[in-house]
Structure formats: C-alpha cells, structure tokens
Design a protein around this ligand. Structure first.
Ligand SMILES: [Zn+2]
Length: 382
C-alpha cells in the first residue's frame, strides 16, 4: 500500500499546486469549477491488493523430531528465510495439510502436528488457511474441530472444514476485504483419505452441484474477485490431469476469477489466461507443490510461492500483475543446525554442497517444466 498512498499523496499535491498557481488570476466565482476536478482525480485512483499463495504446509515425523526441544517445539527455522517475502503481500494464503489434533503427535499417514507449528505459520505472515484437504480428518472430526478451535483462537480466517452446517453457511464463501477490494474465497478437497466426518462436522468436497451453488452465493455478495482453492490432481504428476483441466474450465465459465491448486506434492504448470470477453486475466495454478514437508523424493522437496496484484479502478477489478518464486526445503541431513528450513534461490551458495546439488536439481526440473508449459507468467527470484 505504500505505492498507493504515495501516488494518492502526489495527486493531492498536484491538485493543490494547480489551485495555488491559479490563485492570482482566479476570481471568486471560479473555484466552483475547480472543486469537481479535484474530486474526480481522487475518485479515479486505483485500489490495489497484493496476494501471495503457498502450497501444502505438512508436518511429517522428521519435522516434529527436528523441532522438538526440552520444552515444546520450535519451528522458527522453518520460515526464517521466506517470512519477509510472505509479509510483503497484503494477504498470504496457504494450505494447512495436517490436523492440529493434539497429542500424541504423529507424522504420515495420520498427521497431528504440535500447536507450535500453526503459531510459526502465523508468525511467518500467513493470514488465511484452507483446511480443505485429504488430511483434515486424520484425527477424525474431533481432531478437525480442535484444528478449527486453534485457528479461531489465533484469529486466522480459514475455510474448508466447519463444526457444523450453520458455520459452513455463514463463512463459506469466505469474504475477505482489504484496501477496498473484496475477495470471495472458496475451497474444496477431492477426498479425505477414506475417513468420514462425524455429523455435524462438515468438509467441503469437490461436488460440482455444490460448487455451482457456492459460486452463485459468492456472486450475490458482489466480490471483486472469486478465488477457488482446489485440492485436486494426481500425486507426483507434473502435468495436470484431464479432470483438473475440465473442472478448471467449468469453474472459470461459472464466474471464478482465479484458481489456486494443491495436493500433487510436486509443482504443476501455471497459466495466465486472457479472457477477452470479460477484458480480464485469470490465473490458473494447477499445483503449488509442497511448501514445507518432510518429503525428500525427487521433485517433492520444493514448491511455489505465487503472487498476484489485483487492481480496482472505477469499479472494475483486474489482475494487474502475477509472478512466482521457487523455494526449496533444506532438511536436517544437509545442514549443521539439523533444521528444516525453506530456502530461496538467492541463498543457494550458502548451503553445503549436498544441499546445493539437491536444490539445483529441483530448480532445473521445475524451470524446464515451466519453460515448456507455463503461459503468460515469469519467475521472480528472491
Ligand atoms: Zn493433499
């Protein structure tokens, strides 16, 4: 918002200077004409909202072990090198892919992460979390409910799972308003690993009829953008499935403005589409990949941070800018501090040789994929 404030100030100063310059020649009857000019200049200032999206926030046993201290858990290393970048955007949105189900803590296959993990995510600057993913019921509905209570206690807006249908109806779509721009967020998961919710607990599943109703409800609130967070696709596939592509097209045709996907644990291509009929651009991220996890298999050890800036001018909102960064997860085996830590490419030379090798392997594969399949969007290194 610094830029907007600065330009608003500049315009006001310009208007003032114009008035002053006019002063000697102006008669008492003239200021009436000047006033509307000043008003219009202020009125035409665009509002901007910057967003950043991060992928799966996972919690494997090896991460729990690495964070364990004599008293509690310390995850401060996890986001040390990316927090500043996250906080640069007005709103940061992530996918909380584990239950905060309390003790006993556990990694794969039924995650229950220490509460300190969520504290660290919040402290890193993540503002909004989706819980619509296949691990939300890893500790059953009781664990799902505890996750919601913890999110609420930390005042983190969230969407995807609900204590009951009343809360679901009241807070999905999730309306977020900042800088004069109103977003409607919707989120869905393909499944919950065969675990069923115990009523009244609710999970947003991918159900096209339900999604159509939710989009209609979102539209009734007249948001400036509708963003769908989709937990979908095939694990470890670097290209989107036919089902992802078909559903993405349907969501766009129904009025969704942008789609941010997760779940495959690897990055998938990004499309910045121009919708000439609506005179706007739509961002389609098929999979952000893992953000932080204990996974070490080829391509699962890194992920995407995707940024977009929305601009609202004379009641029309457009995607002004979008870019992405690649980040890699440093694991205890490759650093003296035995930490898990997200590393941006600018830090690569400070890593030990084995880590540099793995990071470069991740970057090379992701960049090759994106060169072949991305449209209309470029990488921004930090
Ligand atoms: Zn998943």
């Amino acid at each position: 918002m610094h830029g907007l404030h600065a330009s608003a100030q500049r315009l006001r100063i310009a208007a003032l200077a114009l008035g002053m310059m006019c002063l000697p020649a102006c008669t008492a009857s003239q200021p009436r004409e000047e006033a509307p000019v000043q008003e219009e200049q202020t009125d035409t200032l665009p509002a901007t909202l910057s967003l950043i999206f991060v992928g799966d926030l996972m919690q494997h046993q090896s991460q729990i072990d690495a964070a364990m201290r004599k008293e509690g858990f310390d995850y401060s290393a996890s986001f040390r090198h990316v927090a500043q970048e996250i906080q640069k955007s007005d709103i940061a949105i992530g996918n909380l892919e584990c239950a905060m189900g309390g003790k006993p803590y556990a990694g794969y296959p039924c995650f229950s992460a220490p509460d300190e993990f969520l504290h660290a995510i919040r402290d890193a600057g993540v503002d909004v979390l989706s819980t619509a993913n296949n691990h939300c019921l890893d500790r059953g509905s009781k664990g799902g409910l505890r996750t919601i209570h913890l999110l609420d206690s930390l005042s983190i807006p969230h969407l995807g799972t609900y204590p009951d249908s009343a809360r679901q109806a009241a807070t999905h779509p999730l309306i977020i308003e900042k800088n004069g721009i109103k977003l409607a967020l919707i989120a869905y998961t393909y499944a919950t690993n065969g675990i069923k919710a115990t009523p009244p607990f609710r999970v947003n599943y991918i159900d096209e009829k339900q999604i159509a109703q939710d989009i209609a409800r979102a539209k009734s609130q007249q948001p400036d953008a509708i963003i769908a967070l989709m937990h979908w696709g095939e694990e470890y596939h670097s290209l989107p499935s036919k089902a992802q592509k078909t559903l993405a097209d349907k969501l766009f045709s129904q009025g969704v403005t942008h789609i941010i996907g997760s779940h495959p644990h690897v990055v998938q291509p990004i499309e910045l589409r121009t919708d000439s009929a609506a005179a706007t651009r739509r961002l389609l991220v098929y999979s952000l990949g893992n953000f932080i996890s204990g996974m070490s298999a080829n391509k699962t050890d890194g992920g995407l941070m995707v940024r977009m800036t929305l601009e609202k001018h004379r009641q029309k909102t457009t995607l002004k800018h979008a870019d992405y960064s690649l980040v890699w997860t440093l694991r205890p085996a490759h650093n003296a501090l035995k930490d898990y830590s997200l590393i941006p490419p600018s830090h690569i030379d400070s890593l030990q040789p084995s880590a540099q090798y793995l990071f470069r392997r991740f970057l090379k594969q992701a960049r090759t994929l994106f060169e072949q399949h991305n449209t209309g969007i470029a990488e921004k290194e930090f």
